[in-house]
Structure formats: C-alpha cells, structure tokens
Design a protein around this ligand. Structure first.
Ligand code: ZN
Length: 534
C-alpha cells in the first residue's frame, strides 16, 4: 500500500528517541502499534474532534508516548505504515538544510567534490552597476541566491544568517557537523563557515555613508536557466532603512560569534555595524523601500523599521556594552511589535532572542523582565493555534499565505524559546509538531524538504533544479508550502475554490506561489531542527 492511500500521516524521517512520538490518523478505527517482529505493543482509539478547518480532514492526532529505539508498524484496518525511532533521526536532514545554503552560493563554482551532480561553473561574476548612478561599477562577488531566483537581498540574507548563528549559539551539538563544503576542516564549525560566506558578501553591500543597498539583482527575474547562463547586468539597487538596520544587527551579532575564531573579521563586522547604526541615527524618519521604475525583482520592503532598529540596538549593546545602545533598544521597545516574529518582515523575535539569551537578566526591567513576560505571553497564542489544529499545525485556516512555512517555523521557534525559559514540556511538544509538519505530518502527506522523506517535493520553483536536467531537485531545500491567500490565477484554475487551505499546493515548477524555496525558510527550520537534534 502506498503512503498516500494510507490513513497515517507521520514524520517521514522517523522519530527521535527520548521525544514523544505523534502521528495523525484519518480513521476512527483502532490503531495497533507493532514492533519489528510484528508483535502488537498496544492499541489506540483515535478520537476525532471534528473536521479540521484548515485541511477539511477528519483527523486525530495520536500520541504514542516515548518509544524505545527500534522499527515499528502502525495498523488500522487494511492500512499499515512503518516508522523508526532512532537516537539522532534528524541529524542528516538538519545538516542538509544548512548544506542547502551552500548550493545557493553565488560567484563561485560548485564543484563535484562538494556538490555531487549539482555542479555548475562560477556565476554572476561581472561587475554590478549602481542603479542610480550607472557610472559606478563594482565587483561584489559571493552571497547566496535568495530563493528560486538569482537575486541577492540584504534583509533576507541578514535574517537567514541570524537564524544560523543563534542555532549554533543555543544548540551547538545539534548543528555543528561537517557539511563537506570547501572550508570543512578549517577549525570552524561548518554552520559558521556557511554563514561567513554570506557575511563577506553583506559587508560589500554597504555604501560609503554607512547605509546598505537593498539588493543586488537584475531588473527582472531570469528565465529558468542555470546561473552561469544568466548574463543580464546586475544592479546595486538603492539603499533601504530595514536592510541597513538588519545588516547592523546581523553584523554586530556575528562579530560576537566570530571573535574567538577570527578577531580581524569580527572587528570589520562590528565597524560596519556601527557605521550602519550611525546612518540610521542620522536618518530617523523611515522611508519604505520601493522598487525603482523598471525593476521587477523581489520587493522585501518593510512597513516600518522599528523592530529592525530595536534588533540592531540590542545586538550592538550586546557586542559593545555601550549604554547608548541599551537606551535606544528600550526606547524602540516601547513602540510594541511582535516578539514571536523572526522573518524578514518583522524581526522583533530576533531582538528578543538577543535580550533573553545573550543579555539575560542584566538587561534590566524593560529588556529582560518585561520583554520576557511579553514573549512568553505571545507564545501562548502559537500553542493555542497548534491545539486548535487537527494536525497540530500552529497557523489558522486563513493564514496559509505565500511561504506558510515561515509563520509555522516562527511559532515553533517561539514555543522553543518558551520551553527553554520555563521548562514547559507542552510548549516543547507543540514545537515538535511543527517539525513533524515539515517532514510529513501534514494534510498533504508530504515532506517539504527536497531529497528527504518517502514522499518529498520533487518540482520546487528553483531555477537550478528546473534547468540542470537532473530529475531529483537540489537537496536540502524547503518549500514554502500551501498558500490560498494570495496565489496565481493558474493555481486557482487548477485547484479551484473547494480545496482547503492546508492542501492548496502544487508540486509544480511554475508554482512560485506554493512551491518556491528560500534561504530564510531553510534557516528557521535549521534552528528548530538543531534544537530537536540536540
Ligand atoms: Zn550567482
């Protein structure tokens, strides 16, 4: 029986010893759990609370509790499905999500020694033109291709690096394995090596006055060709408030992380962060980024830069201990913004990470005591959403947006932070359900990470995967997932109105609206994976 005809939905990469095993069942029949020898270990009666609004499924979440290491099978009537419990079941997929960023490297060859069959010559090596002053030409090599396209964007890149750095800082044993990248063995953990690739690029995106250019892209997206064949001119696009603040925050954070390994690199990053901050101080009035006329690449423009300035002030305070940064962070905090958002649009959660796990109680009444209380309160909302969902997924039916994987991973991060601060197991277990969602415990019975699971995404909206002539997509990339909020007319035409939000998904290359990949969707999954892998 193929998995898709089975009534079971589960983590297709298996389960980890020491953590509770949960599966979803689409049947009211009793479920028998058997060991590898086929001997029954127990029987469970699924209790279906009613129709799950997001998926339209009548589904029960079944907790099988803690199971010893081994191979198991579930049976319900004629349906069977096998799974395993192992000590480090998610080690490979967590590291693959980091290695996925290596495959996004720009400006260098991906050689067979590191990239296997997914090789290509160096791409985007020509000097870039300044969009506003075409007499300026600069060579800006490196960075990661942002998503399915070949653009490189400062704010999304800074946020991605921050996820990696905090994953390493908080859960080093969960994400410090070798990745087989060119720097492997140089004395640094590979997760930091991969982050450094983007940081070196980020440093070059700063204008002489301290502001950061928003992005380095073409005027429009390339067709589905390999990156080395994408020869249209690249432009340094105008500077941006949010990008400048995010870069300041990320570079200040990175200066702390890299200082024990490379003092000079740390100093360069801190200097750059200070210059960015000084530019922000000289330009207090937010101006939103808009694509210049004739530019059709990603927007990534924030609606406000308050959470970005807050995050930057927190990280600069942590990096320097200078009270001016603390005062600025306290002042920005009063504006109020979500502390459970860790994506490119709202970065208050990243500032909260800095306050709660770097500065700690010494940050004082506002930045620790009050912020902690607020953060814990906001994470209750994520838990309530998870409990209200048939699959335990922490977004409501009307929040399956473009890249729904991001709010799901942000809620997992928020619940992990809660469990770290309070020791609460209910928070940890609900966060674990979001990790299970990524790897197959969802309404689509699909593993969203390419190359992993029994049924995984095969046709992501990702130019190299579409153009390389290899059937299997580049591995270790996470799909944005179901989206019924703002999707293409052709997606609506194919799926119609009746398909429920959690199933509004097409595993088809053109469907950027449901099946694109992005560096900043990989990275929060790295954070979550590293926590559970540790
Ligand atoms: Zn490139």
């Amino acid at each position: 029986m193929t998995p898709e005809t089975s009534v079971f939905r589960l983590n297709q990469e298996g389960y980890s010893a020491g953590l509770p095993v949960s599966v979803a069942v689409l049947s009211r029949d009793p479920v028998i759990l058997k060991n590898a020898a086929g001997e029954p270990l127990g029987s469970f009666t699924p209790e279906i609370p009613g129709m799950d609004p997001a998926s339209g499924d009548e589904v029960a979440l079944l907790s099988l509790g803690l199971l010893p290491e081994g191979a198991y099978e579930l049976q319900s009537g004629p349906y069977r499905r096998a799974f395993t419990v192992r000590p480090h079941s998610w080690n490979a997929v967590t590291h693959a999500l980091i290695k996925g960023l290596y495959y996004q490297r720009c400006g260098c060859e991906l050689s067979p020694a590191f990239a296997g069959v997914y090789t290509h010559p160096a791409c985007h090596t020509a000097p870039a033109l300044d969009w506003e002053d075409r007499s300026i030409r600069r060579k800006i090599p490196g960075g990661w291709h942002d998503a399915g396209d070949y653009g490189k964007y400062v704010a999304p890149g800074a946020v991605t690096v921050a996820h990696l750095l905090y994953a390493w800082k908080l859960f080093p044993r969960g994400c410090s394995g070798d990745l087989n990248i060119p720097e492997t063995g140089n004395g640094l953990p590979d997760i930091l090596n991969e982050a450094a690739w983007e940081l070196e690029w980020l440093l070059q995106m700063q204008r002489s006055d301290g502001a950061f250019h928003h992005k380095l892209t073409k005027a429009r997206f390339a067709p589905f060709i390999m990156p080395q064949d994408d020869l249209e001119p690249e432009y340094l696009m105008p500077v941006c408030f949010c990008a400048t603040a995010d870069a300041a925050a990320c570079l200040a954070l990175a200066s702390r992380i890299f200082r024990p390994f490379d003092e000079a690199f740390a100093n360069r990053m801190l200097l750059s962060a200070r210059r960015a901050w000084n530019w922000l101080q000289a330009h207090p009035d937010f101006v939103p980024f808009m694509n210049p006329e004739g530019v059709h690449t990603g927007w990534y423009g924030g609606r406000s830069d308050v959470s970005n300035r807050f995050w930057a002030a927190c990280e600069l305070y942590a990096a320097t201990g200078e009270t001016a940064f603390r005062t600025a962070a306290e002042e920005k905090y009063q504006a109020g913004f979500p502390l459970t958002s860790f994506g490119w649009m709202d970065v208050g959660g990243l500032g909260a990470l800095c306050c709660l796990f770097e500065l700690g109680e010494s940050a004082g009444e506002i930045l620790y005591t009050r912020l902690r209380e607020n953060s814990l309160r906001q994470s209750e909302y994520a838990l309530a959403l998870s409990r209200a969902s048939g699959y335990g997924t922490s977004i409501p039916a009307n929040h399956y947006i473009w890249g729904s994987i991001l709010p799901i991973m942000c809620n997992a991060m928020a619940m992990i932070l809660n469990s770290l601060l309070t020791g609460r197991q209910d928070m940890r277990d609900a966060a674990l359900l979001q990790w299970h969602y990524v790897l197959g415990l969802n309404a689509l019975d699909l593993c969203f990470v390419t190359g992993y699971g029994q049924r995984s995404v095969m046709n992501p909206h990702h130019r190299p995967s579409g153009a390389d002539g290899i059937e299997a997509p580049v591995p270790g990339l996470i799909s944005g997932g179901p989206n019924k909020t703002y999707c293409y007319p052709q997606t609506k035409e194919k799926l119609g109105e009746s398909v429920p939000p959690a199933k509004y998904f097409l595993d088809e290359t053109p469907s950027a609206d449901t099946n694109e990949i992005a560096i900043y969707w990989n990275s929060p999954a790295v954070f979550v994976g590293a926590f559970f892998n540790q």
